[in-house]
Design a protein around this ligand. Sequence first.
Ligand code: UDP
Length: 320
Amino acid sequence: MKLLVTGGAGYIGSVCAARLLEAGNEVAVLDDLSTGHRDAVPDEAEFIEGDVAEQADAVLSRGFDGVLHFAAKSLVGESMQDPGKYWHGNVLTSVRLLDAMRTHGTPRLVFSSTAATYGEPEQVPITEDAPTRPTNTYGATKLAIDHAITSYAKAHGLAATSLRYFNVAGAFDRFGERHVTETHLIPLVLQVALGQREHVQIFGDDYPTSDGTCVRDYIHVTDLAEAHLLAVAAAKPGTHGIFNLGNGTGFSVRQVIDACREITGHDIPAKLAERRGGDPAVLVASSAAAQRELGWQPKHPDLATMVGDAWTFVAGRAGN
Ligand code: UDP
């Protein structure tokens, strides 16, 4: 298939673009490089530098079989301080993309949605029919896009799938996580091991979990990419499938830090800090629907593989 990957210079977009190419697809990447990196775009992909809202129409007029839409603003804290950036950058941009797809008859869409659409869960593991009550603007914008996709799919016959990611980790080949503003736990912990940071902070240890720290569901980025390949192939016209993607197993902040100590051989000092606002105690996905309907099965559910692959990636870049 001929596929457009928006945000293909970012972490998850670049891994998916690489896997789509390996699977024999033709890939064009559209990315404005606001947070992505030009050298993260796979060599075999065509690269178009530009804003999705501005370029989608011209690019899709060339004729594509589908779009994988990763391009987004994704910092929770920033979304609370500068919501306009998220409503414009995520929602308005995505609606422009949907309009361009409609104009040019692009039949398939796979959208990067998020566990943040659910907010504080009433029950774990979280299933797709759980209430969607996002606790931050980032999650609210992703949920709004999901609603827009549902209505475009119904009205205009789009074959759409939203994949709601939980905590993505690991790396694939030369593609990995390298945000300029890093807020995620595993990369921050690995920065301590690299000597780029003195210690890691643990945001609260008085949560109702086994060791008092927050529990999250980590998924290997290559397992996530596999779900995208399956979703592109399985999409049905006029329907919008929504699937959670996680391991179904949670790991606490302390377990993650311990795994990083083991893999890196560094002692990684950790200091207790205040709770971070808006953090639910436990976020664990039920991926039963993705397994049943997409035939998806995570192949690297163990934390050691995820941390090990992330470590190989960051240590390699740092020249260790
Ligand atoms: N966390 C932490 N210290 C950090 C960064 C994150 O204790 O320096 C915690 C955070 O409170 C959450 C978990 O690690 O419970 C995962 O956070 P991350 O930002 O990686 O992902 P999120 O679950 O927010 O999407």
